[in-house]
Design a protein around this ligand. Structure first.
Ligand code: AMP
Ligand code: ZN
Length: 666
């Protein structure tokens, strides 16, 4: 084995280990930075020496594969449902059936939590992950391998495989912290929030771009090994799976009686609220694999297992009043004020009512007695009204017709779930919200300014839109509450500094509805200047990859608004970046459509990943090895001599980085 190959293998091993420490054991031993340095080193070696490619290398975690149509795959072993139970009596009945079926009382059970996500079947051959298929109808599912590979806690290569070839099943979940963070970002970008972690997890598996999946904080909890196990019990098999590197939750218990099972259930009915993921029950399984086989299956579910469903924890409260909140985009969200009540370990005083339809659907009225539940969302929800307790004089809720902030008539457009205040430039909450968005970290990242200061500046009449920021003077700020020379100076400096922020972030900062970070980046790269973007018609806009009708219309609305045009003009006059800096970015075109390119060596203008991205952005394909089908070899510094010889012998054109840039700009 060559030194290089050895180095590559060693790096992969080190990274795999750190991945496992971080994502499975939740006990990192190096910093994120150190990890990135190692990963970059491996990335660059792999690209320099594609002959040592490995589809299961840790570098594959970032995704990048596009799946247009997910292949249907027939499961080797059917993925059954589980029978449900809701009470102690149900479980006793099940135990009776099991005992009868086996003709013995000598039975051990395992208790596991029932993870609430999307089930997945992983196939490993010789320690390598070869496929990941969704449950589908139980007989056939979708091949989601490319997407699943991006989930860091799923091992791609096993150091000590528990069996040579096997299938293992688990649940792909979105931990609550990550889910809530995703929703906070959606609110910032003017999108409706995702309704719950389970649907979002299963929706993630259906995304076409695996790089988008890689950005979601998904996790996978394993619960069953399928195949000829050499271990006699389910619990042992899971233990071995854990040792092989899988994330098998520790809350698994072997029980020798139903009484112990019930104890487990009672314990987790309370403690589940401390978990960072949702669980809707406990799964009880016969532990002996031989006994499992003997019991077999009904038409739908194994006889050797049963799910016990927790009762959703509910509290009874009273609806005191409804507040209406105005968002940055003018969207109105009704929020219920409740009589404070204890629920799942916290005191609940407020619950989301989402929109007018929700209020109508629940038929909820002020002073109603209501049932409140807590799911994965940040704020609890009202699930139903106790109509028996409704006061006789109660009246249906009059949904507000005017903005609570500026008193403008609200509008609800077709297809929108919410009402909107359309007084975009006069509604204080919207004005302040837009400025706050503009200065936020992912946008203009203006130091020293926060929501509170924006409020003060607005109230003082110094700030009415984000362009006004650039006209602020130190002596105007100093007299404000809690301001001093130094803090005022900081604000001005932060504002000045923001003029260097690149176009794509400026575009995001403008706060155009539905133009989030990623969309802004796409648009900036495609149109290159704000003029071209704002002058584009609907057809031109939707022709851009990933830009749909809704986004296109929103951009057109923004661009046709005289006030926006003036704002952008002012921002331009202050020197903000409204053009893409060509030296820093790639260009989007179809110039490389159908072409295959190989990248080799080290480059000066691009990192390897940027170069690859650029090829894809221009319609080309990156392949790792040279063949007669290769259209170009882009040669950087330190390219291996073997590569050059091979390209030459196959007649593949070799071009430099500069020649590549000329090519895509032509
Ligand atoms: P159901 O969808 O209600 O029929 O329940 C069956 C599903 O529960 C299975 O397909 C699994 O995806 C899921 N599940 C979650 N946790 C477990 C577990 N610990 N053991 C078995 N199945 C589980
Ligand atoms: Zn308003």
């Amino acid at each position: 084995m060559s030194d290089i190959q050895q180095k590559i293998i060693q790096l992969r091993e080190i990274l795999r280990k750190h991945n496992h420490n971080y994502y499975v054991l939740d006990a990192a031993t190096i910093s994120d930075y150190e990890f990135d340095v190692l990963l970059k080193e491996l990335e660059s070696l792999e690209e320099q020496y594609p002959e040592f490619d490995d589809p299961n290398s840790p570098t594959q975690r970032v995704g990048g594969t596009i799946t247009k149509n997910f292949k249907t795959v027939t499961h080797k072993n059917r993925m059954y449902s589980l029978a449900n139970s809701y009470s102690k009596e149900d479980l006793q009945d099940w135990e009776t059936r099991v005992k009868k079926g086996l003709g013995t009382d000598d039975i051990q059970y395992t208790c596991e939590l029932k993870y609430d996500g999307a089930s997945i079947n992983l196939t490993y051959k010789k320690g390598q992950l070869v496929s990941a298929v969704t449950r589908g109808d139980g007989f056939q599912g979708d091949d989601a391998t490319a997407n699943v590979k991006t989930i860091r806690s799923i091992p791609l290569l096993l150091q000590n495989p528990l069996l040579e070839n096997f299938e293992i099943r688990g649940e792909i979940i979105l931990p609550l912290k990550g889910f809530n963070k995703m929703n906070e970002e959606r609110i910032e970008d003017g999108f409706e929030v995702y309704s719950n972690p389970r649907n979002t997890a299963s929706g993630s598996l259906k995304l076409q771009d695996s790089a988008a999946v890689a950005k979601r904080p998904l996790d996978c909890l394993l619960y069953q090994v399928v195949g000829d196990s050499k271990y006699e019990t389910h619990s042992n098999t899971l233990e071995q799976a854990r040792k092989s590197g899988f994330k098998v939750p520790v809350a698994i218990q072997v029980c020798n009686s139903l009484a112990e099972v019930l104890k487990f259930i009672d314990k987790w009915d309370v403690e589940r609220h401390q978990l960072d993921y949702e669980t809707d029950g406990v799964v009880i399984k016969v532990n002996s694999l031989a006994q499992q086989e003997e019991l077999g299956y009904t038409a739908k579910a194994p006889r050797w297992a049963i799910a016990y469903k927790f009762k959703a924890e509910q509290a009874i409260s009273k609806l005191l009043s409804i507040d209406y909140q105005v968002g940055r985009t003018g969207a109105i969200t009704p929020v219920a004020n409740l009589e404070p009540v204890q629920l799942a370990g916290t005191i609940v005083k407020r619950a989301s009512l989402h929109n007018a339809d929700q209020i109508e659907k629940l038929d909820i009225r002020i002073n109603d007695t209501v049932f409140v539940e807590k799911g994965g969302e940040i704020i609890p929800k009202i699930v139903k009204v106790n109509f028996d307790k409704r006061p006789i004089d109660s009246k249906p809720v009059d949904y507000i017709t005017h903005c609570p902030d500026c008193n403008t008539l609200l509008v609800r457009k077709e297809g929108d779930a919410k009402h909107y205040c359309q007084n975009t430039y006069g509604c204080p909450t919207q004005i302040k919200g837009r400025i706050e968005h503009f200065i936020s970290r992912k946008a203009m990242n203006i130091d020293g300014l926060g929501g509170e200061t924006i409020g003060l500046l607005f109230d003082a009449g110094l700030l009415n839109n984000y362009a006004d920021l650039y006209e602020l003077r130190v002596e105007q700020i100093i007299p404000l509450e809690r301001m001093a020379e130094k803090s005022a100076q900081n604000i001005i400096e932060g504002v000045q500094e923001s003029k260097k922020i690149p176009f794509e972030k400026v575009l995001y900062a403008l706060g155009i509805r539905f133009v989030g970070e990623t969309v802004a980046k796409k648009l900036a790269r495609y149109f290159k200047t704000i003029e071209k973007l704002m002058a584009s018609d609907f057809e031109t806009l939707i022709a851009v990859d990933e830009i749909g009708d809704r986004i296109a219309q929103s951009i057109i609305d923004f661009s046709n608004d005289l006030l926006n045009i003036q704002l952008v003009d002012r921002l331009k006059s202050y020197g903000l970046q409204f053009e893409i800096d060509e030296s820093q970015s790639t260009v989007q075109s179809a110039i490389l459509q159908g072409k295959k390119l190989v990248v080799s060596g080290v480059f000066t203008k691009f990192s390897r990943n940027e170069l690859k991205q650029s090829i894809e952005d221009n319609g080309g394909k990156v392949s790792s090895s040279i063949s007669k089908n290769t259209d170009y070899l882009i040669a950087g510094d330190k390219m291996g001599p073997a590569k050059r010889t091979k390209a030459e012998s196959l007649g593949v054109p070799i071009i430099s980085e500069e020649e590549y840039i000329t090519l895509i700009l032509s």
